[in-house]
Write a protein that binds this ligand. Structure first.
Ligand code: SAM
Length: 234
């Protein structure tokens, strides 16, 4: 059984996709996507030997060697032109690392029609990268599993500014323009929790003599709390 988190990622894989799952670990996502009849072909990329071996074993166990190619390498470097990959999934890493993988592999994105990204933290880095590189957010999901909250970002080439129409751009980058529009209970829970945490940090900063005027962290957190409260109260 696949986790709710990876199942949500899989839901966005187009029919007949040729997918590359980067940082695939056990290759559960490509195996599931092929067995579900969604992806037609898959590449499972892994940089680390242990997870690379476990991906290979899983593919053998599910007898999918003829449709899933397991490759060891850094980020998108495992993708070749002749693969004609049209969908990339990157899940379970920080937003900073996902952004770095996309940036360093930008030459491999020419055939790609859809990115499905699931950052554990710092999804703002991904939204900023998407805006700067002509990818349009076409959907976002926020889910809760085992007391953890996850965001899934889906992007296609297009009008980068479109999803931000009608929301404050800075709030959109931080919280997600589509997630703001959906404003689910899980979304509210996440941002209430974050802003409570930030307020506790501000209190500590105040106790050691810091203020908005003399401390950058204080300013940064204050600005973010303001963005979050505007969204939650609207
Ligand atoms: N994608 C799976 C999931 O969501 O369940 C596995 C997530 S696991 C926490 C992150 C995996 O990414 C690790 O197996 C790690 O070795 C791999 N990884 C980290 N940096 C990578 C890179 N630059 N290129 C390929 N794989 C990478």
């Amino acid at each position: 059984n696949l986790s709710k988190r990876l199942e949500t990622v899989a839901r966005f894989i187009p029919e007949n996709a040729v997918m590359a799952d980067i940082g695939s670990d056990h290759a559960y996502l490509p195996c599931f996507s092929i067995l579900q009849g969604k992806a037609r072909l898959a590449i499972a990329g892994e940089i680390t030997s242990g997870p690379y071996e476990s991906a290979k074993n899983q593919v053998i166990k599910t007898e999918l060697q003829n449709v899933i190619s397991v490759r060891q390498g850094d980020g998108l470097s495992v993708i070749k032109e002749e693969d004609q990959v049209d969908c990339i999934t990157i899940a379970g890493m920080g937003g900073g690392l996902i952004k770095k993988i996309l940036e360093e592999g930008s030459s491999k994105l020419t055939t790609v029609k859809r990115l499905i990204l699931q950052p554990n933290i710092h999804s703002i880095y991904i939204r900023e990268w998407l805006v700067e590189n002509n990818w349009e957010l076409v959907d976002e999901e926020i889910i809760e599993e085992d007391d953890k909250i996850y965001e899934i970002l889906v992007a296609e080439k297009g009008n980068t500014k479109k999803p931000y129409k009608g929301v404050s751009f800075h709030a959109g980058l931080l919280l997600g323009p589509i997630l703001i529009a959906k404003k689910t209970d899980v979304f509210k829970k996440k941002w209430l929790h974050e802003s409570t945490h930030w307020k506790a940090i501000i209190k500590q900063l105040e106790q050691s003599g810091h203020t908005y005027n003399n401390n950058e962290k204080y300013r940064d957190l204050t600005e973010k709390i303001k963005l979050v409260e505007e969204v939650l109260e609207s």
